[in-house]
Design a protein around this ligand. Structure first.
Ligand code: DGL
Length: 274
């Protein structure tokens, strides 16, 4: 009856909620556990080694909760740890990567902009991705330094957010970029600011709907789709502070009075509420 078990979803913080909302919309009967590793956010400026350790600890934690599959709703953690986790753990993983391939396929100007974290840009996985799919296009990259902490603090429309995105996007627009990829799961929460800067002639790609579709495919292939017909739910857990996390979820997902739990790191191991 593995089908009854939850799907573990994690990110450094609230960014992965931009993926969770699509997972819930596409797989409404599934149960999810969403872990925000806010004790360690941001991941983007950390070493790959650290992120691998966090991702291994979170995977062990999800296994204790009997997760049947894991969605890494974080480009930075996927870039650092996805291949290794697949080798080390015997359950299906769905990861994320900046949508370089669709951007390269759809650009008319041959120029695409990628917004992701420094960690993602520095990874071998990203280098392989651009080598494979972006050979015939010009790519502009920006790590949007400082943007994730603004979003984590709930400042989605602050002068700092406008400034960071203006600095990132202006050179791309001058260069003639017509497609911009949101390569960090936090960034869809500042989509209105991005749209305000780039205007309607530039298309913006958020890979989250495709990741949710892929999760459905992976569950089906492994015989893990739930047979339940009633709506599933989400257990929200943070390694940071419960109260602000609950307010963030309510605001970002449009929910009312969300209950949350905290988890604590003991070395490389996580446990709930101690
Ligand atoms: N949301 C994450 C991503 O998709 C990481 C942000 C961070 O913690 O730096 O890359």
């Amino acid at each position: 009856m593995t089908q009854l078990y939850p799907i573990g979803v994690f990110d450094s913080g609230v960014g992965g909620l931009s993926v969770l909302r699509h997972l819930q919309a596409q797989l409404p009967a599934e149960q999810f556990v969403y872990l925000a590793d806010q004790g360690h956010v941001p991941y983007g400026s950390r070493s790959a080694q650290e992120i691998i350790q966090f991702s291994q600890g979170i995977t062990q934690f999800f296994l204790q909760l009997k997760a049947k599959a894991i969605v890494i709703a974080c480009n930075t953690a996927s870039a650092a740890a996805l291949s290794l986790l697949r080798e080390q753990f015997d359950l299906p993983f769905v990861g994320m990567e900046p949508a370089v391939k669709p951007a390269a396929q759809q650009t008319q100007s041959g120029k695409v902009g990628i917004l992701a974290t420094g960690g993602t840009f520095a990874s071998e996985r990203y280098a392989r991705l651009t080598n494979k799919y972006a050979k015939s296009v010009s790519v502009w990259e920006d790590p949007c330094v400082g943007l994730v902490p603004e979003i984590e603090a709930g400042r989605l429309d602050s002068p700092a957010v406008h400034h960071i995105l203006q600095q990132a996007l202006s050179p791309m627009l001058v260069a003639g970029v017509d497609t911009v990829v949101l390569g960090c799961t936090h960034y869809p929460f500042v989509l209105p600011v991005v749209e305000g800067i780039v205007g309607t002639a530039v298309s913006i790609i958020d890979p989250a709907p495709a990741v949710a579709r892929q999760t459905g495919v992976v569950l089906r292939q492994n015989g893990l789709l739930t047979e339940a017909e009633q709506p599933g739910g989400v257990r929200f857990i943070t390694t940071g502070l419960a109260e602000p996390y609950a307010r963030q979820i309510e605001r970002l997902l449009g929910l009312v009075a969300v209950g949350v739990e905290t988890a604590v790191w003991h070395g490389n191991q996580l446990s709930v509420g101690q």
